[in-house]
Design a binder for this molecule. Structure first.
Ligand SMILES: *[C@@H]1O[C@H](CO)[C@@H](O)[C@H](O)[C@H]1NC(C)=O
Ligand SMILES: *[C@@H]1O[C@H](CO)[C@@H](O)[C@H](O)[C@H]1NC(C)=O
Ligand SMILES: *[C@@H]1O[C@H](CO)[C@@H](O)[C@H](O)[C@H]1NC(C)=O
Length: 191
């Protein structure tokens, strides 16, 4: 997602860890539960190119070195990646994921990631913010900490998994699973 730990080495390790998957069709749907809550799901694709949409801005200081699966403790990575409706990077852009990832374990495998995911898609417009941990060799589920616009007061999670590698570009499947509890409609909304 949005916010996987990324480095130049990630490009290499992804080839080892994940096979290429066929692109699922984009989808989004909204349902209301019996208790007055609402759910909304989207699947989008995050397009990241090292040294173009994502950069390592601070070198790490200790622990594991840069390898196919690790980055040194303290490495800071910043990204601003387009979100497309299909895995194909040439498909329509419907949003952007901007954020950062900081390596937080001495073995170089874990990081803290945060991102703002801005979406204008299928009649929904706004942003979702996520904050959570990334394990470099596993799929990541990020808790949604809030949103703006049509996503104000959203809860839920965003699941990120790499699906494609073309040259220096990595494509991540980003599954947004949002939930509004029944009390959300009564919360104040910025005008
Ligand atoms: C990105 O840029 C840095 C600094 O110029 C360089 O060391 C690194 O090899 C580049 N990575 C890729 C994948 O091009
Ligand atoms: C809504 O999305 C969920 C999760 O992706 C999916 O399981 C379900 O089939 C979808 N429902 C409709 C009506 O598309
Ligand atoms: C991201 O999308 C915007 C809007 O479509 C486009 O102008 C920009 O060139 C894209 N950036 C990259 C790196 O593809």
């Amino acid at each position: 997602m949005a916010a996987n730990t990324r480095s130049a080495s990630l490009l290499l390790r992804l080839t080892m860890l994940f096979s290429l998957a066929a692109a699922a069709p984009p989808r989004s749907n909204e349902t209301r539960d019996g208790g007055g809550g609402k759910t909304l799901s989207f699947t989008l694709y995050q397009q990241e190119t090292i040294n173009k949409t994502a950069y390592m801005v601070v070198d790490g200081v200790a622990g594991a070195g840069v390898s196919q699966t690790t980055t040194p403790f303290g490495t800071v990575y910043v990204f601003r990646d387009n979100l497309t409706v299909h895995a194909d990077g040439a498909s329509p852009v419907v949003g952007v994921a901007e954020g950062t990832s900081i390596t937080t374990s001495l073995d170089g495998l874990l990081s803290l990631s945060l991102a703002k995911i801005t979406i204008h898609h299928r009649g929904h417009r706004g942003s979702v913010s996520v904050l959570g941990g990334t394990h470099n060799t596993r799929q990541s589920d990020y808790p949604v900490v809030g949103g703006t616009g049509d996503f104000a007061y959203a809860l839920g999670y965003v699941r990120s998994s790499p699906v494609d590698l073309r040259g220096s570009t990595v494509t991540y499947k980003m599954e947004l699973r949002l939930y509004w509890p029944p009390y959300a409609p009564y919360a104040p909304t910025p005008q």
